[in-house]
Design a protein around this ligand. Structure first.
Ligand SMILES: Nc1ncnc2c1ncn2[C@@H]1O[C@H](COP(=O)(O)OP(=O)(O)OP(=O)(O)O)[C@@H](O)[C@H]1O
Length: 304
């Protein structure tokens, strides 16, 4: 288990994280979300031992993770950290980068392992290409493969798919997170993307103003978002009198109701339209299966 106890940290005068405590079970997939600048990357860096804490302690099992004051080499052996700016060796190939830290003692096993990792990141056909010739997204995938090559006990991922296009992102995400579960690798992901969280995370925390604003299973936080910040991470939403936060997908057009809205605009979303309408002078968003004409009146009902 990873245990973060009463962690406080500041780069300068202003605390970035204040009295943060949480734990992550072995093999768990744990997400850290929050607005830009809320301290997600800083938290991952602290877990990796990059800086000394101002207060508090971090433990992995019974080992305390300590910062540079106590360690010459940053980063415990059992942990890997994939930063937003990945640090690869540009003049050697993808396969060589992935294999760089694997033992040469059993060359056949090493090759099999490299193949397995190339499969996970879907870059088999790029095995012999030099890293300097890759795109940003491809480099990010190599950085992930390199981090899991020696099977760390804990993997820290900072915005792991931020450079990867939508064509690849979905399958890559499924591959990687399935692989980590199979190998029982504990993984902590800092992300802006609800798709990294909803289908994969066992637990999540929301950072806000240096504190943990909310914590729970993604399903719980999605169903009962305590505030607008949490709701906005997951989906388009409204604040409706007597109902509170209502996602756009919870409002349905009906024959008649006391929620009468005038359509302003329809946005095509593929499998549905997002409709912007006016409800008593306030903007309301709802999902509908067809485009609606601007200016018409609709009646809305709230689905729990
Ligand atoms: N090396 C540093 N020195 C001083 N301040 C820093 C340093 N790194 C980050 N900060 C500040 O700490 C705060 C948290 O930054 P951090 O990168 O942890 O946020 P984040 O939630 O990961 O943001 P993003 O989602 O944009 O990546 C920001 O206000 C940032 O300006």
């Amino acid at each position: 288990m990873l245990q973060v106890n009463n962690l406080t940290f500041q780069y300068k005068k202003q605390p970035i994280l204040k009295d943060i405590s949480f734990s992550v079970k072995t093999g768990e997939h744990f997400s850290v979300i929050g607005e830009s600048g809320s301290g997600k990357s800083t938290l991952l860096k602290l877990i990796y031992g990059t800086f000394d804490l101002n207060e508090g302690h971090i433990f992995w099992k019974e080992n305390e993770i300590l910062g540079p004051k106590y360690n010459l080499i940053i980063g415990p052996k059992y942990m890997k950290y994939v930063a937003q700016e990945f640090d690869l060796m540009p003049f050697i190939t993808v396969a060589e980068n992935i294999g760089a830290f694997l033992s040469n003692f059993y060359p056949e096993e090493k090759q099999t392992r490299i193949q397995e990792l190339l499969d996970v990141i879907e870059l088999t056909s790029y095995a012999n290409i030099k890293v300097k010739e890759l795109s940003g997204g491809q480099k990010q995938r190599v950085a992930i493969a390199r981090a899991i090559a020696k099977q760390p006990e804990v993997l820290l991922l900072d915005e792991p798919f931020s450079h990867i296009d939508n064509f690849k992102k979905q399958s890559l995400r499924r591959n990687l997170f399935k692989y980590l579960k199979e190998k029982n690798i504990t993984c902590i992901v800092a992300t802006h993307d609800k798709d990294d969280v909803l289908s994969f995370s066992d637990h999540m925390i929301v950072l806000h103003e240096a504190k943990i604003m909310a914590t729970g299973k993604p399903q719980e936080l999605y169903k009962n978002p305590e505030n607008k910040l949490i709701a906005s991470f997951f989906d388009e939403f409204n604040e409706i009198e007597n109902h509170g936060i209502v996602y756009a997908n919870q409002l349905k057009v009906v024959e008649n109701s006391n929620l009468k809205a005038t359509v302003k605009q329809s946005f095509y979303k593929g499998s549905y339209y997002l409709i912007e309408a006016d409800l008593d002078g306030k903007k309301v968003l709802f999902e509908h299966d067809a485009e609606l004409q601007t200016g018409i009146n609709t009646y809305l009902s709230y689905l729990k």
